[in-house]
Design a protein around this ligand. Sequence first.
Ligand SMILES: C[S@@+](CC[C@H](N)C(=O)[O-])C[C@H]1O[C@@H](n2cnc3c(N)ncnc32)[C@H](O)[C@@H]1O
Length: 221
Amino acid sequence: MGKNKLERFEENLTFPNLFQVSYEFLQQNTFHLRGKWNTDFFKNDNPIVLELGCGKGEYTVNLAKKYPNKNFIGIDIKGARLWRGCKTSNEDKMTNVAFLRTRIQLIEQFFAQNEVSEIWITFPDPQLKKPNKRLTCERFLSYYKNIAKTNTVIHLKTDSYELYDYTLNEVIPQGNYKVLFNTDDLYSSDFQDDVKSVRTFYEQMFLNEGKKITYLQFLLN
Ligand SMILES: C[S@@+](CC[C@H](N)C(=O)[O-])C[C@H]1O[C@@H](n2cnc3c(N)ncnc32)[C@H](O)[C@@H]1O
């Protein structure tokens, strides 16, 4: 393992807004903030927004700066990537940001029913050969339904036309979800919003390669 990575793992242990809990711990214990993120961590009643597979947490940090009346939690399994968002949010003394290092499959162990108000899924691995590992497959949507308020908005931003098409034309009709917006070429569309103003690390790589970016916004009813 690279020295840089080890140093980041060490520093991760010092961030008060990063939570890392092992699978074994969750087998025996309830995560202490489950159902209590507002009262015990953020200490306000503001809505909670998740960024799933957040990597360096660009959406988490940038949206938190733009919307101080919302709380943002970035989730990823890779600690060295999460370090970036943790570092920035701590240096900037942001009080509406947290990060969770875990597998998204375990999300119900970290949030209670109706605790989440909005979900961003930013450039997830498209999992072309493993549909039931896609972050927008019905299995994952059912996890999100167990923690989200009715009609929570899901944002999917991806360079993968296959994942976009699968979500739009298979998952959404089967689940009878309501599409609010969709485009297979975001930067040629007239959609103006946080969707265009924040670019993630992977998004910038894909744009440099000349790839089109797709965007889909739908309601988790
Ligand atoms: C292609 S990267 C995108 C990162 C970031 N959203 C971006 O746009 O720069 C996908 C990220 O999802 C994370 N990831 C994939 N599957 C996951 C899972 N089941 N649970 C937690 N994180 C996951 C990976 O660790 C990785 O950081």
